[in-house]
Design a protein around this ligand. Structure first.
Ligand code: NAP
Ligand code: MG
Length: 481
């Protein structure tokens, strides 16, 4: 099954080229070979999806929902099977992989129902005997470009609302997680989805991703990944007036005020920094701590960090797996060196783990820097690894300024029992989602998910905006008298 999926068939790249995928837990192990797709494959997938759109859009939403519910039911039956693929390709622990699928199940169920609920609006007309109303119609062929950090949940959150509203899709997974993408698509194949409705191409983002986003036949692009690539996609899309939904990087702060319950704050800091080896877009990467509790909070964080068990995701004792691949490993180690060079205090971690069992993998020690100042590189740039920067704030206002003074705006949290400060923080924090006494990474399917500033652009995913992005408004005026 290590193939592309075009027009309902599993096929090789047009020129039969392949690339090899290496396990992040052991780079000497090849997990599989995958098609290195070409621009001609992109063209073929687009033609197929255009053709399939003609009939898919005509089905009632209940008919489309039936296919999606079958795929959802298969997903529920295949949790262990899919979790093993996520752990092999991404590296996260099996429990984290199961958690990712559990989230996908909830989101898919919710988005199918959002599609069924998606209504238009009837308005009173200024004319006598006229019925005036608006309906929602699908866009056509849409491109789904997904990252490696949530390689199952992200495509699911994007493909479900696209299909339920009557669009057809081309999914391009990150080249680091092709097997997870294929396992997702296989659910739809096995559910009997009509040919061409969902197509899947593996290979390089710079080649096939770029060809997809530049093609005028693509009517919408939903993308999750880095800010740099997202900005390039927006530029290419602008030439065709293609709509985009961009979910990108973050530098999420957790603010700890002097009155906070420090046990809870330290627990959630450590969870939100180190889960999935820090590779959540909503991971906490900065702790902004009020002066009176700064030293105590650091001690409590360090006590917890020492208990993290780094290892292979398949080992049940492991609580933190490797980062996802060699270039990720090098990038994170490079950021750590920058932190050291600019004078931050490295209090724990900071190195690649080279113990015999893990020596060939991409394992990094859980890392904490203190005495970080707000303008340092490690206080400003997304590291996307198991690294926390702790910054001291003079008071609440200073903490809010530090939290906001970055180019990103995805998620934030504050830990306090002071209602006035909590609500003032919610008002002032410059992000798409925020939390009080809850970790930065928490999200639920019934609410929209997206960032502001350089973290997000376009109608956000999930909640009711999930389906909104994939439809156009059409209005009708009908004279009946
Ligand atoms: P990435 O390098 O931007 O890649 C994301 C996707 O874009 C991959 O499928 C990639 O393909 C593709 N791509 C690369 N160049 C392209 C181009 N020129 N045209 C079209 N597509 C192209 O990001 P990543 O390294 O996979 O993921 C990590 C980033 O995702 C982090 O910055 C993280 O914060 C962000 N993220 C954000 C959210 C959110 O919701 N805000 C959620 C998760 C992750 P290849 O893999 O083949 O290069
Ligand atoms: Mg990348």
């Amino acid at each position: 099954m290590n193939k592309n999926f075009i027009n309902g068939r599993w096929v090789d790249a047009s020129d039969k080229a392949i690339y090899k995928h290496y396990a992040p837990a052991d780079l000497t192990q090849i997990t599989g070979s995958w098609p290195k797709s070409t621009v001609a494959d992109v063209q073929h997938a687009i033609e197929t999806a255009k053709e399939a759109f003609k009939s898919w859009r005509k089905l009632t939403v209940y008919q489309r929902a039936e296919y999606l519910r079958k795929a959802l039911s298969l997903m529920q039956q295949r949790i262990e099977q899919i979790a093993a693929v996520i752990t092999a390709e991404n590296g996260k622990t099996l429990n984290e992989s199961r958690g990712e699928i559990a989230s996908a199940i909830k989101e898919m169920d919710y988005q199918i129902n959002e599609g069924i609920r998606l209504g238009g609006e009837i308005m009173p007309s200024e004319r006598d005997g006229v019925l005036a109303y608006g309906i929602r119609v699908p866009l056509g062929v849409v491109a789904v470009i997904s990252p490696w950090n949530f390689p199952f949940n992200v495509p699911c959150r994007k493909v479900t609302p696209a299909l339920i509203t009557g669009n057809t899709c081309i999914l391009k997974p990150a080249n680091l997680t092709p097997g997870v993408g294929a396992a997702f698509v296989k659910l739809f194949d096995d559910a009997g989805l009509p040919a061409g409705v969902l197509n899947f191409l593996t290979g390089s983002g710079a080649v096939i991703g770029q060809a997809l986003v530049e093609n005028p036949a693509i009517k919408a692009i939903t993308f999750t990944g880095s800010t740099e690539v997202g900005m390039g996609i927006n530029k290419a899309a602008a030439d065709n007036l293609t709509r985009t939904q961009l979910e990108m990087g973050g530098k999420n702060p957790l603010v700890v005020l002097a009155d906070a319950d420090l046990e809870i704050a330290a627990d959630s800091a450590v969870l939100a920094v180190f889960a999935c080896a820090g590779q959540w877009c909503t991971s906490t990467s900065r702790a902004v701590v009020e002066e009176p509790v700064y030293d105590r909070f650091i001690e409590m964080v360090l006590d917890r960090v020492k208990k993290i068990k780094v290892g292979k995701g398949t080992d049940s004792a492991t609580t933190m797996g490797p980062v996802c691949g060699k270039s990720q490993l090098e990038d994170v180690l490079d950021c750590i060196e920058k932190g050291k060079a600019e004078g931050a205090n490295l209090v724990i971690g900071g190195k690649q783990i080279k113990d015999k069992d893990l020596a060939n993998g991409c394992f990094i020690e859980p890392t904490v820097f203190t005495n970080v100042t707000p303008r340092m590189f490690i206080a400003q740039e997304e590291i996307f690894g198991p690294v926390l920067s702790v910054i001291k704030a003079k008071d609440f206002d200073d903490a809010v300024d530090i939290a906001n003074n970055v180019k990103f705006g995805l998620s934030s949290s504050i830990y306090t029992n002071d209602l006035q400060k909590a609500l003032t923080f919610v008002e002032k924090t410059d992000v798409g989602l925020t939390h009080v006494n809850i970790p930065t990474a928490v999200k639920e399917p019934q609410l929209s998910f997206g960032g502001v500033k350089l973290s997000g652009c376009g109608i956000p995913e999930a909640g009711h905006t999930g389906v909104e992005f994939f439809t156009e408004h059409k209005v009708a005026y009908i004279k009946y008298r």
